[in-house]
Design a protein around this ligand. Structure first.
Ligand code: 4G3
Length: 245
């Protein structure tokens, strides 16, 4: 997948996008990041890209000219077939795993990172297909939101994660929280790993893990249990959990 990123601060992406799994994904050619610096498209002699808001108020607004020129430049590269454009804003649809999975099917995406108080609405009306938010809070810019999105979408692409079972297993237990994990040693500073995990009884281990997932979800994120399909065994485990609380 190719991400075309429109930003005033491409340098913000350097370390997060060139470390560990995302670096590997680029080396393997599974994802590619192209950067377009909005300032490079300014026609103003001072390289100005923002201006005061009409109607008054605090802060600055990214002006239309550099962004229109930037989008039209990218549009030519795609021979007039502009890929889907996503704008990161607190006003957007809140990103979740389902949206990330859907987006992972796209070959190309254009990511627009806003700043200051926002972007001239005419840019949004002309070029933006989806407004996305990574959560109900305000950031200084859209770059961190874009990076969260790239990370989350990229790990859905086949070959990006080492182990394909991990994503499959994840989708199986999707919308439930994870069970606790342990590694060697079996006793550390007197703290023991649950006996069941050392038993070699794979059926009982799977049951214990499912129960711990359900317990974690019930206690930490009961809202997630509302729209999850629970098996009859799940409902039995939940009864046990509620009796044990
Ligand atoms: C547009 C995204 C962009 C308007 C961007 C602020 C939070 C998110 C910005 C605006 C952002 C998010 C830049 N902050 N929750 N800041 O995804 O008011």
């Amino acid at each position: 997948m190719i991400f075309d990123i429109i930003t005033l601060f491409p340098e913000m992406f350097e370390s997060p996008m060139n470390t560990s799994i995302l670096r590997r994904a680029q080396e393997k050619g599974l994802i590619k990041l192209n950067f377009y610096n909005i300032r490079d498209f300014s026609k103003n002699k001072h390289g100005q890209v923002d201006d005061y808001p009409y109607g008054g108020g605090s802060g600055m607004v990214l002006m239309p000219q550099p962004l229109f020129d930037c989008f039209n430049y990218i549009k030519e590269l795609y021979e007039d077939n502009l890929p889907k454009v996503i704008y990161f804003t607190p006003q957007g649809t809140v990103l979740n795993q389902r949206i990330a999975e859907e987006m992972a099917h796209e070959e190309n995406l254009i990511l627009l990172c806003g700043h200051y108080e926002g972007i001239d609405q005419r840019v949004i009306d002309t070029f933006v297909d989806f407004e996305l938010s990574i959560g109900d809070y305000i950031l200084t810019g859209g770059e961190l939101a874009a990076m969260v999105f790239i990370d989350c979408v990229s790990r859905q692409i086949k070959g990006v994660l080492g182990n394909p079972e991990a994503t499959a297993e994840e989708s199986f237990s999707n919308s439930l929280l994870e069970y606790p994990q342990y590694t060697r040693p079996a006793i550390y500073e007197g703290l023991k790993v649950p006996d069941i995990l050392l038993s070699g009884n794979h059926k009982e281990i799977a049951k214990w893990r499912r129960k711990e997932s359900l317990k974690n979800t019930l206690i930490k994120r009961p809202d997630l249990l509302v729209d999850v399909d629970l098996s009859s065994e799940d409902r039995q485990l939940l009864k046990e959990i509620e009796n044990e609380l």
